[in-house]
Ligand binder design. Structure first.
Ligand code: KIV
Ligand code: ZN
Length: 538
């Protein structure tokens, strides 16, 4: 077990002091890049996954489930890159029980300092009979072989009986015993379909501990989906039954209604530590930034009233509440916003700030930019500072993570003009740089100014890109706030996501569209080169 505790005793908001003992340390297993990435419409490229993985390491999660390597060459490469570059957490790859799956998972994680293979197979009768179309005995055999194979590669092996919460507990106990006999070191029992309730999930673990006493020698883990809105409550119920690993995802993203949200689990255990006695190694001040990064790169916006990371999570509307908080914060606030990294907007630059000031501000925020990247950042900063009174840390973070995080070879926006009127359809003209470095212009009469610009970009690029998703938000409050646009486009069956920021939403949208187009075209070229239509192997 990794212990990242900085001190042994901790005082809760109520002043009670609780001791952090090793037996109560809860491991945070982040599955944003695996289960989270299975959310409809999310398609992260390798660079984006790496960026999220680095931030998860800063957040100090214990395990990063980086992907499901057998499902596509792209997923394999991302898991491999994360294993090679990201230091600190255990890097885990998911595998079914087949030989090829486990081999692919191992090859993807083997370069990590701390590799883990996570293998799973369903143990509920409905999954065994209908999905796998096999027998309980066959599943047992598959588990035996899979865990044994994984243990030949590494001594860190996790096994999950999928649909565990709907499985016959006695049969599941036999399967778990086999996994333990073959050397599994973590047993994760998922509520795959988000069906269970806290007392049921707790009772299931109590029964499993009774039937399989060897479970006390390994880490037992919870993995809950949010179909009935109970993922966090069920996870807590499992922890109260003795589990010491939680599988969760930033912003609660994941299959269907999503996974238990990491930030909610982390802050629940942090805030109620004196009463629960459980604790994690999470660097809570990195929570808000991690949430914003995942939201930007996935295009999944966080609902305003979302616990911990929603825009309103620490806002007080009623006068009586505002008055109370002004007199004494804890009258209405159970957590301090700074604990989760909110309200740390101290950096403010203006239009007279120079390159050096920008570079220092970026460094203070953890962004190392130099050479050409710093030049580009400075140029974009000046464009924004010319239109905005103050450029804050939140603005800089949006700029760097949305537009400057990597050079995507492809198209670049040069300029656009739009004529918009309520009397006739808007007309747009754009000029873009093509991948070969030449310029091309296009024009179009669209349904609205943004649509006209998108279609004009299509005309200039000669690409029949289709807009799949479009979201728009404001980076900060106020009339001169930066607008932030996130877009997903599809080109010949390949999707690409792009983001853009600007004080002008048409400009932000055009920048996002060109980026998304570049990503989709680049993906179509790499995947087509290896003969794979999108999602083929999954
Ligand atoms: O929900 C689930 O059962 C899973 C397993 C692969 C752990 O995601
Ligand atoms: Zn899951």
């Amino acid at each position: 077990m990794s212990t990242n505790d900085r001190s042994n005793d901790v005082a809760g908001p109520d002043g009670k002091v609780a001791t952090r003992d090793a037996a109560n340390r809860v491991l945070i297993f982040d599955t944003t890049l695996r289960d989270g990435e299975q959310s409809p419409g999310i398609s992260l490229n390798k660079q984006e996954k790496l960026e999220i993985a680095h931030q998860l390491a800063r957040l100090n999660v214990d395990v990063i489930e980086a992907g499901f390597p057998i499902t596509s060459p792209g997923d394999f490469e991302s898991v491999q890159a994360i294993s090679r570059e990201v230091e600190g957490p255990i890097i885990c790859g998911l595998a079914r029980t087949s030989k090829q799956d486990i081999e692919a998972a191992w090859n993807a994680v083997r370069d990590s300092e701390r590799p883990r293979i996570h293998t799973f197979i369903a143990t509920s009768d409905i999954h065994i009979e209908r999905k796998l179309q096999t027998t309980r005995e066959d599943v047992k055999g598959q588990v035996r072989a899979a865990v044994a194979q994984a243990r030949e590669y590494t001594d860190d092996v996790e096994f999950s009986p999928e649909d565990g919460s709907r499985s016959d507990v006695e049969y599941m106990a036999e399967v778990i015993q086999i996994a333990l006999d073959e050397g599994a070191t973590t047993i994760n029992v998922p509520d795959t379909v988000g069906y269970t309730m806290p007392r049921e999930y707790n009772a299931m673990f109590t029964e499993l501990y009774r039937l399989v006493p060897d479970l006390r020698k390994v880490v037992v883990s919870v993995h809950c989906h949010d179909d009935l809105g109970l993922a966090v409550a069920n996870s807590l119920a499992g922890l109260e039954a003795g589990c010491r690993q939680v599988e969760c995802a930033i912003n609660g993203i994941g299959e269907r209604a999503g996974n238990a949200s990491l930030e909610e689990i982390a802050m629940l255990l942090h805030t109620r530590q004196p009463s629960l006695g459980l604790w994690t190694g999470i660097e809570t001040t990195e929570i808000a930034r991690t949430s914003r990064l995942v939201s930007r790169l996935t295009g999944y916006q966080v609902q305003p009233n979302k616990a911990i990371v929603g825009r309103n999570a620490f806002a007080h509307e009623a006068g009586i509440h505002q008055d109370g908080v002004l007199k004494e914060r804890t009258t209405y606030e159970i957590m301090d916003a700074t604990t989760v990294g909110l309200r740390s907007n101290s950096i403010v630059l203006g239009k007279h700030s120079g390159r050096h000031a920008l570079s220092e501000a970026l460094q203070e925020m953890g962004f190392e930019l130099d050479g050409q990247a710093l030049n580009t950042a400075f140029k974009r900063f000046k464009e924004i500072a010319d239109r905005k009174k103050q450029v804050t840390a939140m603005d800089l973070e949006a700029l760097v993570t949305d537009e400057l995080r990597e050079e995507i070879p492809g198209y670049a926006l040069e300029w656009f003009e739009v004529e918009a009127s309520s009397l006739r359809p808007p007309h747009a003209r754009v000029s873009i740089t093509l991948p070969d470095g030449t310029s091309a212009t296009g024009s179009f009469m669209g349904d609205g100014p943004i649509d006209a610009v998108f279609q004009a970009i299509n005309a200039a690029s000669g690409m029949g890109a289709k807009l799949n998703d479009f979201t728009i938000g404001a980076v900060t409050e106020g009339q001169d706030a930066l607008g932030e646009v996130s877009i997903v486009v599809e080109v010949g069956g390949f999707t690409g996501a792009g983001q853009g920021v600007s004080t002008d939403i048409i400009d932000a949208a055009a920048r996002a569209y060109v980026r998304a187009l570049s990503v989709a075209v680049a993906r179509s070229q790499t995947d087509a080169a290896i003969g794979l239509p999108e999602g083929a192997a999954g």
